[in-house]
Design a protein around this ligand. Structure first.
Ligand code: PHE
Ligand code: NA
Length: 509
């Protein structure tokens, strides 16, 4: 631990790695199905608000704390107060590892589908790509819907093989270290990924029916703002997509040099990530429009289970494409696989950093063990019941993992470490000042969100809860403007209240 801590070769290396972690399956596979299940354009408004109100401040927190402490999550939190170390281990050991296991299974599906795209086994099948994915491929279909979690089967051989390949790749890349493996690989993957996505978006815009899909995707539905479930999904998606609440961004920022513009790095990462998701959404929904037109159905009716969206809509389109279908398919699933791998290596890297900050460990051995255990734990998701497990574990991990860790981080840093102190550290390291236009913008945004909460309370029954809610809104609006630092206020009050409300609703469900 005393030896010189590794550092990123350059700021660009760090930003690309942070973007590499953020931009992943969450931006294409998860974003598109969550958007699909939440009414298309209706989802974008809460998503963008959640980005600003919860996502960006927490990203600044994780970058700032990692940079300040020069350590990954468990040790960073230990240094704030030794009693909080467990929060770091919870993030790294439970949440991060838990998500990693099924995340790699979805990457494995992508590898399989790169090959399927070459000969499109679903073409001409009864039920087309939908039947192929849930039936042939996953072995999840039964007479009455998808297999239940305890209706296990033997592992699906093709998935098992590519899962082994995924873990081998992870192991090789992370095993070579930050500068020898992660950084150079990311530097190739990220530009490639953005390029692939641009090609796919342009291509899909020329499909007949694309306009219908886009209209559904981009038409906002303000009334959805009143539905708390949409907020739960939006905030959860923001956590997942920005890799927040895993301790990953803490670990990555711990390798930054002394002088670093944290604010700028956080904004670049956040905007690159959501920009990518929204942009990739154009391709996905244009494609769905094409499919809907071909089947004479509504855009919201073409897929049976959202979680398989990317693996149903794209294959279906591939086999109906008038022009170079194989190329289109191979490009799409290659993009997904690259996005996934650049995120999975970030998870393993952060996990290994956490261990080696605390203990004398041999990197090769740790990486080897992590990859073997991850592979073995992943096997349950390769069975016919895998997709129902995936759905359950995803919901469980995001609520009890990400959101809970985010809540605790905000409380610990806001109240114990001090939000003002974090703000001055970030400014002192060479960031632009929070009191600048961005601060004013954030204050206005928070005031707007609070006013909306007031409006929502207005429609509720009168009672003590409603009264307290209104009191909270008024005090908060006053606080947002009277406090020197919006970051301090949002960590201390706004984010905890929002996340507590969300957890409460999610648990009551
Ligand atoms: N942010 C990644 C994505 O959007 C997901 C991820 C989860 C990355 C956990 C790292 C850790 O796909
Ligand atoms: Na993401």
């Amino acid at each position: 631990m005393s030896e010189q801590r590794e550092q990123w070769q350059s700021t660009a290396g760090f930003i690309m790695a942070a973007i590499g972690s953020a931009v992943g399956l969450g931006n294409i596979w998860r974003f598109s199905y969550v958007t699909y299940e939440n009414g298309g354009g209706a989802f974008l408004v809460p998503y963008i608000l959640a980005l600003f109100i919860v996502g960006i401040p927490l990203l600044m927190l994780e970058f700032g704390i990692g940079h300040y402490m020069k350590a990954s999550a468990p040790v960073s939190l230990f240094r704030i107060d030794r009693r909080f170390q467990w929060v770091g281990w919870w993030a790294v050991g439970f949440t991060m590892f838990g998500i990693l296991v099924y995340y790699c299974v979805v990457i494995a599906w992508c590898l399989n589908f790169i090959f399927f795209a070459l000969y499109q086994p679903w073409a001409g099948m009864d039920g087309g790509a939908n039947a192929f994915f849930f039936g042939e491929f996953l072995g999840a279909s039964t007479e009455d819907g998808l297999r239940k979690p305890f209706e296990l089967t033997a592992p699906r051989f093709t998935i098992l093989v590519s899962l082994a390949v995924v873990w081998a790749l992870n192991g090789i890349i992370v095993g070579r270290g930050l500068r020898g493996g992660v950084e150079p690989v990311i530097r190739v993957f990220i530009p490639m990924l953005f390029l692939l996505m641009i090609v796919l978006v342009i291509w899909s815009l020329f499909l007949p029916g694309a306009g219908q899909g886009l209209a559904w995707y981009l038409a906002p539905d303000w009334s959805k703002l009143a539905d708390w479930r949409v907020w739960v999904e939006a905030i959860t998606q923001i956590f997942f997509t920005l890799s927040l609440g895993f301790g990953i961004m803490i670990a990555y920022a711990s390798y930054l040099p002394e002088r670093s513009n944290i604010t700028r790095n956080a904004l670049i990462t956040a905007f690159a990530d959501s920009g990518f998701a929204i942009f990739a959404g154009v391709a996905v929904f244009a494609t769905l429009g094409f499919m809907a037109q071909a089947q004479g159905q509504g855009v919201d009716q073409v897929v049976t289970s959202g979680i398989g969206l990317a693996f149903v809509a794209y294959p279906q389109v591939i086999s109906e494409l008038p022009f170079l279908p194989t190329v289109f398919g191979v490009l799409f699933f290659t993009a997904l696989a690259i996005a996934g791998l650049s995120s999975s290596i970030s998870i393993i890297q952060a996990f290994v950093s956490a261990l080696s900050d605390k203990y004398e460990v041999n990197r090769t051995k740790v990486v080897g063990t992590v990859c073997t255990v991850g592979f073995l734990m992943g096997i349950v998701f390769t069975t016919g019941a895998g997709i129902s497990w995936l759905d359950i574990v995803d919901h469980f991990m995001t609520s009890y993992g990400l959101v809970l860790v985010g809540l605790l981080e905000a409380l610990i840093v806001g109240w114990v470490f001090g939000g003002e102190r974090l703000g001055s550290h970030i400014e002192g390291a060479g960031s632009f000042r929070f009191s600048s236009h961005y601060g004013t913008f954030m204050r206005l945004l928070m005031t707007g969100a609070l006013a909306f909460t007031w409006f929502g309370l207005h429609q509720a029954e009168d009672g003590l809860g409603t009264f307290l809610g209104r009191l909270f809104v008024l005090l908060s609006i006053a606080g947002v403007w009277l406090q020197r630092s919006w970051l301090d206020y949002s960590l201390k009050i706004i984010i905890p209240v929002a996340l507590l409300g969300l957890l409460d609703r999610a648990l009551a469900q």
